[in-house]
Design a protein around this ligand. Structure first.
Ligand code: URP
Ligand code: ZN
Ligand code: ZN
Length: 481
């Protein structure tokens, strides 16, 4: 038998289901053995007193992407995936973002080029459809899905990106025909638009009014409409970034009816409130994202929804903009809230924030931490078991966590290109100290060991999550009366 290339020795291994003290042996790119007293490896990593976890999977991240207003966000694939690697994440699903008039195929090709050039972790793409024309849905989507882009994304709000209900139905039908999952940013666009105009007209322009401009009732309304459309077509969906208790309740009701509705939330909805936007001058812009952070009671409701299984995934929704004229302050030093690009950096901070709350502070346990941040997204998006767990034959994507290491977030430790962190001043306990991707050391001793472009594209087939129930609405035929 060939010797192991790497043995991670003496750590506590945890997956979504089990925790066990064991050695882990790697041959080539995959996990080859898990057991006691494994034979020596060519390289030995001492993991005594540490937790050995599968590398995290961030399934919602905007990288090198043109925003709703046509602005490029702050990151390249190199900077974003470097931040991810330092935070224990080894796979990212970002977006190939079509805007109106564009060919989806051309867009996907471009994002592949950006990622091939810079990514240091493995990656896949959700395809954003802002212009779901007949030619796009009929000619471009089928080969793209076959080539491993097994999820489509639409926005129900943002002036330049939103689809109306008829377009949404077209996308749901195209996804069903091609076996892809549909991910949705679901908020009531009319309510946001109406409230924004009303606030600005009344002189309420500061960043904190962004939160008021996204009425909380716009979330359950859009979820209900979306779920009705998806149930009508019999197409599974993923609802992105649930922010309110009422939104989570709508998801719960739909799942209670047996509908294939998956849902995620993000650290900003678990740890921030709308009061974080209330800062002097334009400072609050650093906390502007959509949907906005809500109330502490929503945070509790979201944790409960995770515990009940109504929400399955915690992603970052990383959408970085620097706090200068290239980003948040593109409209000047005193922008009104509508002029500020939406989004927060979060790829690097997601796992440490959640480890601290769930494992160190004991709100849940390490298995739930792995489940919601890693294994569930791998399963839902068609990456499992290659990614998302520690098992013989899985890619050796591994984050070794020091459960005792405390770190205080500062703007200086941020590895992405936003130049600030909305978590500044927050101290977390537990930090990923050594990270491996496919058996190669990616991060150790606070140093990146990978070269730009070493990350690989992960072609995905949609799998079980995107399989229809077989319960289509009666109106869809046959037409026999
Ligand atoms: O504010 C956010 N989340 N910006 C990124 C785009 C989106 O809405 O997901
Ligand atoms: Zn969104
Ligand atoms: Zn997003």
């Amino acid at each position: 038998m060939q010797p192991f290339d790497v043995v991670i020795r003496g750590g506590v291994l945890a997956t979504a289901t089990d925790t066990v003290k064991a050695d882990l042996g790697i041959r080539g790119e995959t996990v080859a053995a898990i057991g006691e007293n494994l034979d020596p490896g060519k390289r030995e990593i001492d993991a005594r007193g540490k937790l050995v976890l599968p590398g995290g999977i961030d399934s919602h991240s905007h990288i090198e992407q043109l925003s709703a207003s046509g602005m490029m966000n702050a990151d390249t694939f190199e900077s974003a995936t470097t931040a991810a690697a330092f935070g224990g994440t080894t796979t990212v699903i970002s977006f190939a973002a079509q805007h109106v008039g564009m060919s989806l195929k051309t867009v996907v090709d471009e994002y592949h080029q950006y990622a091939e050039r810079g990514a240091v972790i493995d990656y896949a793409f959700h395809m954003i459809l802002a212009d779901p024309r007949e030619d796009v849905l009929e000619q471009e989507v089928p080969p793209l899905v076959k080539n491993g882009h097994a999820s489509l994304k639409v926005f129900m709000t943002y002036d330049q990106l939103k689809v109306d209900d008829e377009q949404l139905l077209n996308v749901l039908q195209a996804a069903r025909d091609n076996h892809a999952l549909v991910c949705v940013h679901a908020e009531n666009h009319g309510m946001i638009s109406w409230m924004s105009k009303r606030l600005l007209k009344g002189g309420h322009t500061a960043p904190k009014f962004h939160a008021f401009s996204h009425p909380r009732s716009g979330e359950p309304e859009a979820f209900t409409r979306l779920i009705s459309c998806a149930a009508f077509i019999d197409q599974p969906i993923m609802i992105f970034h649930v922010s309110t208790a009422e939104g989570a309740a709508v998801v719960r009701q739909a799942r209670g009816q047996g509908l294939k509705v998956f849902a995620e939330t993000c650290p900003q909805y678990l740890f921030m409130t709308r009061h974080d936007l209330n800062k002097p001058g334009a400072e609050g812009a650093k906390w502007i994202c959509s949907p906005p952070a809500r109330e502490t009671s929503d945070q509790e409701a979201l944790w409960q929804a995770l515990a009940l299984g109504d929400l399955q995934v915690i992603s970052s929704d990383h959408a970085p903009y620097a706090f200068d004229q290239s980003g948040k302050l593109v409209a000047g030093e005193t922008p009104h809230f509508k002029q500020i690009p939406n989004g927060l950096p979060g790829l690097g901070a997601r796992l440490p924030l959640l480890f601290d709350e769930m494992v160190s502070k004991g709100r849940f346990d390490v298995n739930k931490f792995v489940q919601w941040t890693t294994t569930e997204p791998a399963k839902i998006y068609g990456l499992h078991p290659k990614k998302g767990t520690l098992a013989i034959g899985s890619d050796a994507d591994i984050a070794i966590w020091d459960p005792d290491k405390s770190v205080t977030f500062t703007d200086e430790i941020v590895k992405d290109r936003s130049g600030y962190t909305p978590w500044k001043g927050r101290t977390v306990k537990g930090w990923p100290i050594t990270v491996l991707l496919r058996g190669q050391v990616l991060v150790e001793n606070d140093t990146l060991r990978a070269t730009p472009g070493s990350g690989r594209f992960l072609p995905r087939m949609a799998g079980k999550a995107a399989e229809p129930l077989g319960r289509r609405a009666p109106e869809l035929g046959p037409y026999d009366n």
